[in-house]
Design a protein around this ligand. Structure first.
Ligand code: 2HA
Ligand code: ZN
Length: 270
């Protein structure tokens, strides 16, 4: 068996959580990431039939039966993942009946996966139905995104429009727009269902008064989506009330045409 601490998926997870922490997006135990792994790749590092213990999933995860995920631990700090991956991360396989997750590695102190496990798993189901190459769900608490969400209506078309109007990168990076949920109790199945519903149409979802979800085919893509929203939210907040140059709709449309992108409906004025 190869050394799992050198596995690309562990190294990348350590780098991503450290980067997110250093961006100031993941205070204390804020944020969580789940990464759908390739079974063959995991088998180079672990006996995938050796179950350390089982953990209830808390919802029906049968659509993900047999799939293996690397997931950050509940109560764990992104700041600490890199120095102790085996305590702060876990690798779990969803059981055939979807009611339990079989722990194959990690959560060394007896811990378990993030409290947002339902939102993560349901988002994986929704994104995989849209894109078979989808792999990563990342949740974070980026400061300017939360600030912008605090001063703007919790309306996804309006929020998306404001982002597209503030930075020409935005429509190119997320032509599918940003889904926005109202303020809800987090860590529940209900917020998981609501998030997954948004994930049918968007790769990014904002939780009002809380944070953001970014998804993608790898950690870079999920991180990059959050990073682009956060950078633009920073521009929006720094210029709040003083913006003179707003990107006109015909330029946003022109960018989408140039890159041959299908834009979220109903955002631009006709
Ligand atoms: O893991 O971010 O949403 C802590 C959180 C809960
Ligand atoms: Zn959170």
């Amino acid at each position: 068996m190869k050394d799992i601490l050198k596995a690309p998926f562990i190294v990348e997870m350590c780098e991503t959580t450290a980067n997110m922490y250093r961006q100031g997006w993941d205070e204390r135990n804020g944020g969580n990431i789940s990464y759908l792994l390739d079974e063959k790749e995991v088998a180079e590092y672990l006996d995938i039939n050796k179950v350390i213990r089982t953990i209830p999933t808390g919802f029906d995860a049968t659509k993900l039966a047999g799939k293996i995920f690397l997931v950050t631990g509940t109560g764990k700090y992104f700041k600490n993942v890199q120095k102790d991956p085996e305590t702060n991360l876990g690798i779990v396989k969803i059981s055939a009946d979807g009611t339990t997750a079989e722990l194959l590695w990690g959560y060394k102190d007896g811990g378990k996966f993030t409290s947002e496990f339902p939102a993560h798993m349901m988002s994986h189901i929704a994104r995989l139905e849209q894109d078979p190459n989808h792999r990563v769900v990342a949740h974070s608490h980026p400061t300017y995104t939360i600030a912008m969400n605090t001063v703007c209506p919790a309306d996804e078309r309006d929020f998306t429009h404001k982002l597209w109007q503030s930075n020409t990168e935005c429509v190119v990076v997320f032509p599918d727009g940003v889904g926005v949920l109202p303020c809800m109790v987090c860590g529940t199945e209900a917020i998981g269902i609501a998030t997954a519903e948004k994930m049918k149409d968007h790769r990014i979802v904002v939780w009002t008064n809380h944070g953001i979800y970014g998804t993608g085919k790898d950690l870079d893509e999920a991180f990059g989506l959050i990073e682009t929203v956060e950078k633009t939210a920073q521009i929006y907040m720094l210029s709040l009330g003083h913006a003179v140059n707003i990107i006109p709709d015909d330029v946003i449309r022109g960018l989408a045409e140039l890159w041959n992108l299908k834009m979220m409906d109903g955002v631009l004025d006709d």
